[in-house]
Design a protein around this ligand. Structure first.
Ligand code: HEM
Length: 515
């Protein structure tokens, strides 16, 4: 036993990673990392360890985390390291992953090239009416509540934004919203309403199981057992029905130019070149749903949280935005992108993406070659986690990093002395070959949703909520809820710099029966 321990210590002493700082136990085990990932608490741990050990640190025998700007640029852009194997674990079948889980270089390149056209600015602009349609359903729902006479009313905004994001993904990528915002909405042709509505949750549950059992699956594989989580048969049947409708509609007037149509018409498996089957299409679309729903709704929730907690920023934003009634025309994404009226809103979203990136790190690994980062030589097969959340708070590039300061993203003349955003130290959508393919889609969604809600409602955070965060692939509010009071903004109203815990507004809401 003693000689075994001595040999481990000796091997560690010889390790090329030996001189990288980190906790004393890091060279010997990954148990703590497995525990933290499974519990969703890795971001806090990583943050504290960086504070202790600096911009490069070793948290496991072959696991290095890095938050240095130049090194992150190397990892994500210039060397552009491949993804770690963990990404592939969220796919149903490693041989048929979606773009997010595809870690094989050539198939990834082909799949990305194939999917790219369905994510261009022009393509997304063509879907803008669908985004607007989904937001309108939510605004109408709010209108119905306020039309009953309440001056203000309470909603669970995190839940509403999540449901809205799912409907937008359904509408733009599966051919039909999933009826999350409006349970009365019609399902996809030929599919029962219950099955259609359950699709997003079936996907999330399935993928979460795969993610949470990553290490168990690996151990079982060593024992010759292959633990797989297949899609539910009802869901595959529902999407099969949709695919058939789409295939029958080719070249007809009901043809709809969206991602699903693109995949149905031209989808080939990137590894074999064979036409994608329904199951392959489910594999692709479910990962897109996962990557596209939690990310945008999570970012939007944090935007609203920052606004509710920063009354001066909110007041400046309301000065710039139009004040609309619930039945006024819905604002489109293209307008929010190009009309200077919305410059400050766009800056607020950019600043939210800095302070609340959707994860604390991006997992990469060295390939067959050694890689030199921050004067350390990392051997082949070292896991290199790009700690971009920590970089987004580095005061060298982001003075007063904990301040929600959208002016950083405005042109000098309007910046009111705020330091200019250093976009070299800014990776909310990653960079390089694995950067977010959905960036235009995400921006359009965030613009349409934020502009239309904020043009109509002031928001007050409901007191006494314990907002905590967890990270399972993306960082989310632990219990999925964040409640606010919405106060309609009349066309004539003057924006007020209302206080975070504005008890007056809360009391008024309570008296009106809204809370
Ligand atoms: C605010 C919203 C979003 C943010 C902040 C975001 C951020 C990111 C980031 C950081 C990555 C790289 C992840 C990594 O390498 O670990 C990524 C990848 C990806 N994102 Fe997004 N994303 C957002 C919305 C979307 C949307 C709306 C879609 C699709 C409709 C999407 C689809 C994808 C896909 C498929 C990948 C994998 C790309 C590849 O590996 O080639 N994302 N996203």
């Amino acid at each position: 036993m003693l000689s075994y321990i001595a040999s481990i210590i000796w091997r560690e002493h010889k390790s090329p990673l030996h001189s990288i700082p980190g906790p004393w136990y890091a060279p010997y085990t990954t148990m703590h990392l497995r525990w933290l990932f499974a519990r969703g608490t890795i971001p806090d741990f990583v943050w504290k360890q960086h504070d202790k050990h600096g911009p490069i640190m070793r948290l496991g025998p072959r696991q290095v985390w890095i938050s240095d700007m130049e090194s992150l640029r190397q990892v994500l852009l210039t060397i552009d390291l491949p993804k770690v194997a963990m990404y592939a674990e969220i796919s149903r079948d490693k041989n048929s992953p979606g773009l997010f889980g595809e870690i094989r270089e050539e198939p990834h390149k082909k799949l990305r090239k194939f999917l790219n056209p369905a994510f261009s600015v022009k393509y997304v602009d063509g879907l803008d009416h669908l985004f607007q349609q989904c937001v309108e359903v939510l605004i109408r729902r709010y209108y119905k509540i306020s039309a009953a006479g309440a001056k203000s009313f309470q909603v669970d905004l995190n839940e509403d934004l999540h449901n809205l994001a799912l409907d937008i993904m359904g509408e733009c990528s599966f051919g039909k919203g999933f009826g999350q915002t409006d349970p009365e909405a019609n399902p996809q042709e030929g599919v029962s309403a219950d099955v259609w509505k359950s699709i997003p949750w079936a996907i999330f549950t399935n993928i979460s199981r795969r993610y949470q059992t990553v290490y168990l699956k690996k151990t079982l594989r060593l024992l010759g057992l292959n633990l797989k989580f297949d899609w539910s048969p009802a869901m595959v049947k529902a999407i099969d029905a949709t695919v058939k409708v789409r295939a029958n509609n080719l070249g007809t007037c009901t043809h709809r130019p969206d991602l699903l149509q693109h995949v149905v018409e031209e989808g080939m498996r990137p590894d074999t070149g064979v036409k994608m089957s329904t199951r392959d299409i489910v594999d692709q679309m479910s990962e897109i749903l996962l990557a596209g729903a939690e990310t945008t709704s999570g970012t939007l929730t944090t935007l609203f949280i920052e606004l509710a907690r920063n009354p001066m920023v909110k007041a400046r934003l309301f000065e710039t935005l139009p004040a609309l009634g619930p039945l006024d025309e819905i604002i489109g994404g293209k307008r929010v992108r190009s009309d200077p009226t919305f410059d400050y809103l766009n800056a607020c979203i950019s600043e939210t993406l800095r302070m609340h990136p959707i994860a604390s790190e991006m997992g990469r690994r060295t390939g067959k070659e050694w890689v030199k980062l921050m004067d350390f030589n990392l051997p082949p097969h070292t896991v290199v986690s790009a700690s971009y959340r920590k970089l987004h708070y580095n005061p060298q590039y982001w003075p007063e990093p904990f301040r929600f300061w959208p002016e950083r993203f405005l042109p000098d003349k309007q910046a009111d002395g705020a330091p200019k955003a250093d976009t070299k130290a800014y990776f909310p959508f990653s960079a390089g070959k694995h950067s977010c393919i959905g960036i235009n889609f995400a921006w359009n969604e965030m613009r349409v949703v934020a502009a239309n809600i904020l043009a109509r409602y002031d928001i007050q955070e409901v007191l006494g909520q314990d907002v905590t965060w967890r990270q399972y692939i993306t960082i989310q509010i632990t219990d999925g809820h964040w409640k606010v009071v919405l106060i309609p903004r009349s066309k004539s109203s003057t924006p007020q710099a209302t206080c975070l815990h504005n008890e007056g507004a809360q009391e008024a809401a309570f008296e009106s029966g809204a809370i």
